[in-house]
Design a protein around this ligand. Structure first.
Ligand SMILES: Cc1cc2nc3c(=O)[nH]c(=O)nc-3n(C[C@H](O)[C@H](O)[C@H](O)COP(=O)(O)OP(=O)(O)OC[C@H]3O[C@@H](n4cnc5c(N)ncnc54)[C@H](O)[C@@H]3O)c2cc1C
Length: 406
C-alpha cells in the first residue's frame, strides 16, 4: 500500500493531503507550526471558495469595490461590473490554513506537528524515502527527533522549501513582500468595509503594486519588490504608508511580517518520486502576485494524479506518472502565466506606463475581463469587437502617457 508524506500544511499541503486521504491513501501531513500566520495579503478569488468548499466564516471581508491609484494619485473605481453575489474574499491566513489543515486531518490524513529537517533519497526505484523530523507534540520547540519511511513525497513547504533543496530542484528568483497589519479607529475602518486599494508607482513598488486590504478588525498594508534589499523594501513600505496616510490616521501597527514570493517555477518540479507544489514549485503569478489559489490547485492536481496513477494507493507511482501533473498544469495555466508576465513587463516599466494602466482600468470592458479572469480563473474570450476595443484602448492609453518612449 502506498504511503505519502506531505511536507507543509499551507493551502497547498492541506489540499494535497485532503485529496489523498479521501481516496484512502496512507497520508502523513507535516506542519512545523500549527498556529502559523503566513505573511500574506489573504485575497482569494471566488472560485476558490466554491472549489475548495470554504465556509463563510473563513472570509473576513467580501470586497466588491477596488480602487486603483496611479502614481499621480488618480483614483479609478473598479467593481461596477460585479454581479450581486460576486466578491473578492479577504481572509487571515491563520484562519484559512487552520481550517484547511484540520479538515484534511478529519478526513484521515495523519497530522504531525513536526519540522522536517532532512530527506534521504533512495538509490533504487523500489526503496523508501526517509524523512527526519523534530516532533513537537511534546510541546517543545526543539522537539524529539524521529524518522518516517514513505514511498512518495509532496514538497508543499513554501518558498524556502527544504524538500526542493533535498532533490536539487534548482533555484528561482524571488521577490520580497513586506506587510504591516494596522488596526484603525472605527470610522477609518468603515471606509474599508468592502473596499480594497491598490497603489502603483516607483515610490511604492518598483515591480508590482502596493496594497491596503481589509481584514476582520484591521487592514493589511504592504508592498513587494524584486530588489530584495532590506533598505529598498523599507523605503517602499514608507512610500505606501505616506500615500495612504490620510486613510490610516490613528492606526496602530499590530504585526509586521515579510516573506519571499517566487517569481517563476523551479527548473525541476518533479524528481524521482518527489513532487513540488505551490510556492515550493513556484506557482505564484506575475503582476498580481497571486499564490493561494494556485498553491491549493496545483497540489490538488498533483494529488489527483497520484490517486489515479496508484489506483487509489494500490501501486507506487513513478517519476513519469508524477510528471503527468506538470503537463496538465502547464496546459491549463501556461497561458495565464504568460499573459500576466507580459502585463507586468509592459505596465510596470515606469510611472508613465503605470498612469496608462490605471487609465485603462476605467474602461468597463477591461474591468469585466480582468474580474472574470481573476474571480473564475477562466479567460473567457470576449467578442472580437470588444477585444479590438480593448487593444485600441491599451495602445491609446500608452501613447497618451508617452509611456512607450524609450
Ligand atoms: C506579503 C505577502 C502577501 C501576499 N498576498 C497574497 C494575496 O493577497 N493573495 C494570494 O493569493 N497570494 C498572496 N501571496 C502569496 C501566497 O502567500 C503564497 O503563494 C501561498 O501562501 C503559497 O501557499 P503554499 O501552501 O505553497 O506555501 P505556504 O503558505 O508558505 O505554506 C508552507 C507551509 O509549510 C510549513 N513548513 C515549511 N517548512 C517546513 C518544514 N521543514 N517542516 C514542516 N513544515 C514546514 C510552513 O510552516 C507553512 O505552513 C502573498 C505573499 C506574501 C509574502
Amino acid at each position: 500500500m502506498l504511503r505519502v508524506a506531505v511536507v507543509g500544511a499551507g493551502p497547498a499541503g492541506s489540499s494535497a493531503a485532503e485529496t489523498l486521504a479521501k481516496a484512502g491513501i496512507e497520508t502523513y501531513l507535516f506542519e512545523r507550526k500549527l498556529d502559523n500566520a503566513k505573511p500574506c495579503g489573504g485575497a482569494i478569488p471566488l472560485c476558490m471558495v466554491s472549489e475548495f468548499e470554504l465556509p463563510p466564516e473563513i472570509i473576513d471581508r467580501r470586497v466588491t469595490k477596488m480602487k486603483m491609484i496611479s502614481p499621480s494619485n488618480v483614483e479609478v473605481n473598479i467593481g461596477q461590473t460585479l454581479k450581486p453575489d460576486e466578491y473578492i474574499g479577504m481572509c487571515r491566513r491563520e484562519v484559512l490554513d487552520g481550517f484547511m489543515r484540520d479538515r484534511a486531518a478529519r478526513l484521515g490524513a495523519k497530522l504531525i506537528n513536526g519540522t522536517v529537517y532532512q530527506l534521504d533519497i533512495p538509490t533504487t526505484d523500489r526503496e523508501a524515502y526517509t524523512l527526519h523530523y523534530a516532533d513537537h507534540s511534546n510541546g517543545t520547540k526543539t522537539g524529539e527527533m524521529k524518522s518516517l519511511k514513505v514511498d512518495l513525497v509532496i514538497g508543499a513547504d513554501g518558498a524556502n522549501s527544504r524538500v526542493a533543496k533535498a532533490i536539487e530542484a534548482g533555484d528561482y528568483n524571488y521577490a520580497i513582500a513586506f506587510q504591516e497589519r494596522i488596526r484603525l479607529p472605527e470610522a477609518q475602518m468603515a471606509y474599508y468595509e468592502d473596499l480594497a486599494e491598490m497603489y502603483v508607482g516607483d515610490d511604492v513598488s518598483t515591480d508590482f503594486y502596493a496594497w491596503v486590504f481589509p481584514k476582520h478588525d484591521h487592514v493589511a498594508v504592504g508592498t513587494g519588490t524584486m530588489k530584495a534589499h532590506k533598505a529598498t523594501i523599507k523605503n517602499l513600505q514608507a512610500g505606501i504608508r505616506a500615500r495612504a496616510a490620510h486613510r490610516l490616521v490613528g492606526g496602530q501597527i499590530i504585526k509586521v511580517e515579510a516573506h519571499p514570493i517566487p517569481e517563476h517555477p523551479r527548473p525541476h518540479r518533479v524528481r524521482g518520486r518527489v513532487a513540488l507544489v505551490g510556492d515550493a514549485a513556484g506557482t505564484v503569478t506575475k503582476s498580481s502576485g497571486e499564490g493561494i489559489y494556485f498553491a491549493a490547485k496545483s497540489a490538488r492536481m498533483c494529488a489527483e494524479t497520484i490517486v489515479a496513477a496508484s489506483n487509489s494507493g494500490q501501486r507506487i507511482p513513478t517519476e513519469a506518472d508524477l510528471k503527468r501533473y506538470l503537463k496538465l498544469w502547464d496546459r491549463k495555466y501556461g497561458m495565464t502565466y504568460k499573459v500576466l508576465d507580459l502585463l507586468q513587463r509592459v505596465f510596470y516599466r515606469s510611472d508613465a506606463t503605470r498612469e496608462a494602466f490605471v487609465e485603462m482600468c476605467s474602461d468597463i470592458d477591461v474591468q469585466r475581463l480582468t474580474f472574470d479572469s481573476y474571480l473564475y480563473k477562466t479567460v473567457v474570450p470576449s467578442n472580437p469587437l470588444v477585444q479590438m476595443k480593448i487593444t485600441a484602448k491599451t495602445i491609446g492609453s500608452l501613447l497618451r502617457g508617452n509611456a512607450l518612449a524609450p
